[in-house]
Design a protein around this ligand. Structure first.
Ligand code: PAF
Length: 304
């Protein structure tokens, strides 16, 4: 694995691959790698001939300087892990390389950035994400870019960005990787104290409670949400919502058939965590499909 710090060097290194039409996969990260990131890299390794992982703790997407300072950084460990799963180029630019003196441009996506995280963290967060991701797409010019479903809203926003601005990149969203007790893997988990770590499983339990309620033919949104809320009493909740997976608009008072995305964000101690689960909703009249919703819950129980 080669570590690269500048855009010029990266372009020089990728030129032969591009000329010989080898597929280039990009896994954008902010480091503090865990199994979730490694699963993205493994998927990129399987599907692409050249794998680039970017490692850049993007100041533009942190709304609080303290949060940026507290973000875990261990580039040596990240380098070892990345090399171990087959990254070819570790692109780790400095802040000046990404945001040189005089930088004033921003890339922003409206609509899907506004609810949920946009409402609780401010839209500047997603503007920071879309600006850096657009820059990474231009710097690396990947054929495929890999993101995690764990950041469900970010995934929707990035798909929108790529579509709207005609980036010639396929966006792959990979499944959330979970700890054995269901907690979604996140770089933020290492900040949890042992007691907060135990409380943090509430997010996953709430998602499961919602999925189970739907699998038991409950279709009143308020009742499904109440079942989830019962699991969230010991955390400081920002939101628990059932939304359309494409538009992120809240579902109406009743849940129709199709796919619903359950999304949750909460503070556990000083750490803010997010999680989500896609739920296939059968129409209640269709017995065969109702069985498949139950299967989805069972599948989730087995996996989580
Ligand atoms: O998901 C992340 O780690 C970041 O938001 C990303 C996509 C690497 C942009 O900084």
């Amino acid at each position: 694995m080669k570590i690269v710090g500048t855009v010029d060097e990266l372009r020089d290194l990728l030129r032969p691959a591009r000329r010989s039409e080898r597929t280039i996969g990009l896994v954008p990260t902010m480091g503090a790698l865990h199994e979730g990131h490694l699963s993205l890299i493994r998927q990129a390794r399987e599907q692409c001939e050249v794998v680039v992982m970017s490692l850049f703790v993007n100041p533009a997407q942190f709304e609080e300087p303290a949060d940026l300072d507290a973000y875990p950084r261990d580039h040596a460990r990240d380098g070892e892990l990345a090399a171990g799963v087959g990254v070819d180029y570790l692109f780790a630019p400095g802040v000046e390389e990404v945001y040189p003196q005089g930088f004033t441009s921003r890339v922003s996506v409206s609509g899907v950035t506004e609810p949920l995280e946009g409402q609780h963290r401010g839209t500047a967060h997603f503007e920071g994400v879309t600006t850096v991701v657009a820059k990474l797409f231009n710097m690396v010019q990947p054929d495929v870019a890999y993101f995690g479903q764990k950041d469900a809203q970010q995934a929707v926003v990035i798909r929108r960005l790529a579509l709207d601005l005609d980036f010639a990149v396929r966006i792959e969203i990979c499944p959330t990787v979970r700890e054995p007790d269901g907690l979604a893997m996140s770089s933020r988990n290492e900040r949890l104290s042992p007691s907060d770590r135990r409380r943090a499983t509430a997010l996953h339990r709430a998602l499961r409670a919602a999925a189970e309620a739907i699998a038991s033919d409950e279709r009143t949104t308020g009742t499904v949400i109440a079942a989830a809320m019962a699991e969230l009493e010991n955390v400081e909740l920002d939101y628990f919502e059932l939304v359309n997976p494409d538009t992120l608009a809240p579902v109406g008072e009743r849940i129709d058939g199709g796919e619903v995305l359950a999304v949750v964000a909460a503070r556990v101690g000083a750490t803010r965590l997010i999680d989500n689960q896609s739920i296939q909703v059968p129409s209640t009249s269709d017995g065969e499909q109702a069985g498949s919703a139950k299967q989805e819950v069972l599948h989730c129980s087995a996996r989580c």
